[in-house]
Design a protein. Structure first.
Length: 699
């Protein structure tokens, strides 16, 4: 992997709860201009209250789908109608989206003024709904200004009530922001509780956008805990819901987060796919900050794949965009990655041009991170500079930056050990006090010395008895160990004999049947090409040729399963990958295989690899015949001597009338999973695809 700065996943932005406004059937408004749609709504709805409600839904739709200017236009019209007819709820709704618009534009003072105006109106009318909407904007403003203590204090006061009637619009969003604040302060336990509480409310009120945001933020908690695969489960669910509800910025953010997780799992191909998906949505709806970040992530991932030309192209794009945005921290991060790429390109041949470009970028990074005090980036920057100067033959500068790197590195390490040292100090103080107490008790112990001597005789006798018992138990234990060892030797001899027999069977099948079947296939081909053979016999001959090929394929599987040399995880995954490629060859289905690249020397029981392979065959066959999907994912990963094997299609799902078609195959797969003491799960619903999961122990 290319050395360079990797933006920490902990720095990823929490999913914005500002986009949790209700969405209705206003999606048809995308086909017409905002002005025309406003005129249509005012004409169709005669009552002012109905006009305000319809305009609010339209404005919420525009804001959710990234059309902030249209949302601003619609809600100003709604505000005018509400003011003219003294419709207070219309005022609160209009204020909420208009203030959110100014927050998005970075005008915090304007947003604060609108929220305070709305809060005064709500207090005057004693409207809890209006107050909650105003407080939400103020809390969001404090959150964006990193005033997390204020967010926590006000959010808890608002949530504690009292509430005459629960406000399912604003209170869940305030609770979600409270979780964001706890997470920003590092209190992951309280943050997780907030998000779970909000998810329960969202489920009851069928608020899918809110549910998706909470899923995304729970994923970020798992990212902080480095549970990347668990995070991916939440992120994929959240992305599907956000896409369904046209939350296009959230779709982009979630794809970006998914890409970051795959990159941390060292799966750069998958990471690149999702970063490009994020870039598509960011570009479509013109979010400059997000576009720049996506370019930077794509460039960094191309450097992981050693595609340096592509990496430089995207990183240079991101450099220009971050400079235009004056985003200093991301300018530094992008410069770090650029410097790393130039370094890697220049080091093999000590190309002075490339190395000087690396130093130019690293100087930009150094200047910013020293000013901002970002120690982790400083450490990486100093190290890269030391490497570049050494390659250029400037040992003095290389030594200087190496010293700076060592100093920062030691500082970071010492900070990590502060808590350990404090704990050791506490332990030392405790032991010191215990020693003083021991000295005070020494005098009392001298007074009972005579009694203790008398007890020594008794203890000696007891010790002798205990020694005799211990000796007897040790002798018995050694005898048992010897018997166990003899049993193990017998088992190993039996296993060796079985493996020798399996090896011989595999060899004989390969040598005898393989050669005969190959000759049979060749003879059939010769008959097909012979003009002397009648057409009717040629059809039979063609059938024989196809059957011989099928038998050869089946024989390969038998040989592979029989050969004890293949009783390892690496062989199983390689054979599976070959089978998947052959299986989908000539079909329209795209297979995405996520297998670990380096599994080491992991031995598998032959029954485990055989049954897992047969489950793969059955699941792929079912997917091809019934799913109607154009993509199938096959995942296999291990953790702590356990494995999870998963096959996912994105087709029609398992409908009731299709269950009989699947029943025999499902029973076979479940039986094979039980034979290797593994858990078999099938997750499906009409229109939601089919997911087959097998979980168990490797050994």
């Amino acid at each position: 992997m290319t050395p360079g700065f990797r933006i920490p996943l902990s720095c990823l932005t929490l999913l914005p709860t500002i986009f949790l406004l209700p969405v209705s059937s206003a999606g048809q408004a995308q086909q017409t201009s905002a002005a025309d749609t406003i005129a249509f709504i005012l004409k169709q709805n005669k009552k002012p209250t109905e006009q305000c409600e319809a305009l609010y839904k339209l404005g919420a739709f525009y804001f959710t789908t990234g059309q902030a200017e249209n949302a601003f236009l619609v809600m100003n019209q709604s505000k005018s109608v509400a003011e003219k007819h003294d419709y207070d709820k219309g005022m609160y709704d209009a204020h909420s989206i208009i203030a959110a618009y100014y927050l998005k534009k970075g005008d915090s003072e304007k947003a604060r003024a609108i929220a305070n105006e709305s809060l005064k109106l709500a207090n005057r009318n004693r409207s809890e709904y209006g107050a909650n909407r105003a407080y939400y904007i103020l809390i969001l403003l404090w959150y964006q200004q990193l005033k997390y203590d204020s967010v926590i204090l006000i959010s808890e006061l608002v949530l504690e009530g009292p509430h005459e009637e629960y406000d399912s619009v604003s209170l869940p969003k305030i609770n979600a922001l409270l979780g964001n604040a706890y997470m920003a302060k590092g209190d992951l336990q309280r943050a997780g509780k907030c998000f779970l509480d909000v998810m329960a409310i969202a489920e009851k009120t069928n608020n899918e956008p809110l549910y998706a945001v909470c899923l995304g933020n729970l994923a970020l908690i798992n990212v902080e805990l480095k549970n990347y695969r668990e995070a991916l489960k939440y992120q994929h669910k959240a992305e599907a819901i956000a896409r369904k509800n046209n939350q296009f910025q959230s779709v982009g953010n979630l794809n970006n987060s998914i890409g970051s997780c795959y990159r941390s799992l060292m799966l750069p191909d998958s990471a690149l796919h999702y970063f490009k998906e994020a870039l598509y949505w960011f570009t479509k709806f013109a979010y400059p900050e997000d576009i720049a970040l996506a370019h930077s992530n794509i460039g960094a991932t191309y450097s992981d794949l050693a595609h340096f030309d592509s990496s430089l192209y995207y990183l240079q794009l991101a450099k220009k965009e971050f400079n235009d945005l004056k985003d200093t921290l991301n300018i530094a991060g992008n410069a770090m990655v650029l410097g790393g790429v130039w370094n890697v390109m220049g080091l093999p041949k000590k190309d002075r041009v490339y190395l000087q470009r690396a130093l130019d970028e690293l100087e930009v990074c150094q200047r910013i991170v020293e000013q901002k005090g970002v120690r982790e980036m400083r450490r990486s920057c100093y190290y890269q500079q030391a490497v570049a100067y050494e390659a250029l033959g400037n040992d003095a500068q290389s030594f200087l930056y190496l010293k700076l790197y060592t100093r920062v590195n030691d500082s970071l390490l010492s900070q990590q050990h502060i808590q350990q040292i404090a704990e050791m100090q506490t332990k030392y103080e405790t032991e010191k006090k215990e020693t003083e107490i021991g000295k005070l008790n020494a005098e009392k112990q001298l007074d009972v010395e005579k009694i203790a001597r008398q007890k020594v005789v008794n203890y000696s006798l007891m010790s002798m008895a205990a020694l005799i018992l211990l000796s007897g138990s040790l002798i018995f234990r050694n005898v048992q160990k010897k018997r166990t060892a003899e049993k193990h030797v017998a088992i190993l001899e039996k296993q060796n004999a079985i493996e020798s027999m399996r090896n011989k069977i595999a060899s004989d099948v390969h040598d005898e049947m393989g050669a005969n079947l190959t000759r049979l296939g060749l003879n059939a081909q010769q008959l097909l090409q012979s003009p002397m053979v009648p057409e009717k016999e040629k059809q039979l001959t063609e059938k024989m040729a196809l059957q011989s090929k099928e038998i050869i394929t089946g024989m390969r599987e038998i040989i592979w399963a029989s050969n004890p040399a293949n009783d390892n995880l690496k062989s199983m995954l390689g054979f599976m990958r070959q089978y998947i490629d052959r299986f989908f060859d000539g079909t329209q289905i795209r297979s995405v295989v996520n297998f670990p690249h380096d599994v080491g020397e992991v031995t598998l029981h032959p029954e485990v690899r055989r049954n897992l392979f047969l489950i793969l065959k059955e699941s792929l066959n079912n997917a091809l015949k019934y799913s109607g999907s154009d993509r199938i994912d096959i995942d296999f990963h291990t953790e702590n001597e356990k494995f999870q094997f998963k096959v996912t299609d994105y087709g029609k799902g398992l409908e009731d009338e299709k269950k009989n078609d699947f029943s025999s195959g499902l029973r076979n797969m479940q039986m094979r999973a039980e034979q290797i003491q593994s858990l078999f799960k099938l997750i499906s619903a009409p229109g939601q695809g089919v997911e087959i999961i097998v979980e168990g122990n490797l050994y």
